[in-house]
Design a protein around this ligand. Structure first.
Ligand code: PLP
Length: 417
């Protein structure tokens, strides 16, 4: 994925123009300008297909799922379960029971960190993560370590923002119980060699959790080919609704996990003396789920499948290449994250202005970017910056969006330098 040529079937300009028309929010103007929405790593905009699927479901098929015999509830249950099946297909998982529908990546990682640690981690054991993790793949493990007496071990990254693979390998020892690694860094754009990491970890009998929040929307994902054991993602980052996402786990590993949250829907039978738990995945889906969210998620998956993830990846590689090249001309701008393998994230700092000021000026020019630590404070510390500006690309972005970003950055230079 290092070059745009890796994907010869790039979206054409005309196709992107047609796709943009699917997203009502892009019809608006901000500060008198068309919106260049470059905050896709934070969350993505929604196509009409997703919006309509949810509202149609509420209007015609909505009821509580499972545990009901009347037709409307059966319809709702089928629609909800279709969301699970769409996720299975999207991730190329073998078995639909391996898909747990949850609020998103954060909840998925918390589930594994909590349940896996209770079942398999003892005092003195180690959990290995990396220096480029999002807080949601750090803090749940810190909580789990506190509860279990385990130790958090952190594999380093180099000055380009690439994982130091030899160091990671050397850190996997006899006490390592889990390797938890981000697939694509939201702060740097680095694409990690997850398949290789899984091979290294599995050679020592250690399972691997992949935080796929930033990869799933931007490239084809095949969890079987990746060889990992758990994969977490968020619907809202892949053009689906917020409040819905999934955890994929290898069946035998999920079956070996104790329940996480307790409540309705996750049990087999309840008595004050003893409660028994349901099978996977319902064991991990306590309470009333985000039913319409699952419907919207299925619509998002269908939308992405119809375009083709490889073509989306190729398009975004092109945007990244254009933007990376263009910002070289901006005086005093330094890109943070220059890995050889990157997804569509461009993080940078400017010597003349704080990232928040840069983002404020860009906003006035209709360019929406994020400024801050991107929930990856250890990455900011690693690079010695308090924050970065981050432009992140999605399928509807265009050359014009990149040009608007670059023009906005020229204004920043004029104002502050
Ligand atoms: N992991 C990464 C790499 C992310 O970028 C994010 C969100 O920005 C998350 C995890 C958390 O995702 P969510 O807030 O949807 O649970």
């Amino acid at each position: 994925m290092s070059t745009a040529e890796s994907f010869p079937t790039r979206l054409t300009e005309l196709e992107v123009a047609r796709l943009r028309a699917d997203f009502p929010v892009l019809e608006q103007k901000f500060h008198g300008r068309p919106l260049a929405y470059l905050d896709n790593a934070n969350t993505t905009q929604k196509p009409r297909a997703v919006i309509d699927a949810e509202s149609h479901f509420y209007a015609t098929d909505y009821a509580g799922v499972h545990r009901a015999v009347y037709e409307l509830a059966e319809r709702a249950t089928r629609a909800y379960e279709a969301g699970r099946e769409a996720m299975r297909r999207f991730l190329h998982a073998r078995d639909v029971h391996e898909i747990v529908l949850l609020r998103g990546t954060t909840e998925a990682i918390n589930l594994v960190a909590s349940s896996f640690t209770r079942a398999h981690v003892a005092p003195g054991d180690e959990i290995l993560i990396t220096e480029m993790e999002h807080h949601s793949n750090i803090v749940p493990w810190q909580l789990a370590c506190e509860a279990s007496g385990a130790r958090l071990v952190v594999a380093p990254i180099d000055d380009r923002g690439e994982l130091v693979l030899d160091a990671l390998e050397g850190m996997i020892g006899p006490r390592t119980r889990m390797v938890a690694v981000v697939h694509v860094s939201n702060a740097l754009g680095t694409l990690n060699p997850v398949r290789e990491i899984a091979e290294i970890a599995h050679a020592r009998g250690v399972p691997v959790l992949v935080d796929g929040a930033q990869s799933a929307p931007h490239m084809p994902i095949d969890v079987q080919a990746l060889g990992c054991d758990f994969f977490a993602l968020s619907g809202h980052k892949m053009y689906g609704p917020s409040g819905i996402g999934a955890l994929w786990g290898r069946r035998e590993l999920l079956e070996a996990l104790p329940p996480w949250q307790g409540g309705g829907a996750m049990i087999e039978s309840v008595a004050f003396e003893k409660t028994t738990y349901g099978p996977i995945p319902s064991r991990f889906e306590a309470g009333t789920p985000n039913i319409a969210g699952a419907v919207g998620l299925a619509a998002a998956v269908e939308y992405l499948e119809a375009i083709g993830l490889e073509r989306i990846a190729s398009h975004e590689q092109q945007l990244l290449a254009w933007a990376t090249e263009a910002v070289r001309e901006i005086p005093g701008l330094t890109v943070i994250g220059t890995a050889a393998e990157k997804a569509g994230v461009l993080s940078f700092v400017m010597d003349c202005a704080h990232p928040h000021d840069v983002a404020t000026i860009l906003d006035r020019e209709g360019v929406a970017v994020r400024a801050g630590h991107h929930c990856a404070q250890p990455v900011m510390q690693r690079f010695g910056v308090p924050a970065t500006v981050r432009a992140s690309f999605g399928l509807y972005n265009t050359r014009e969006d990149v040009d608007a970003l670059v023009a906005g950055l020229r204004t920043v230079v004029e104002v502050f330098r």
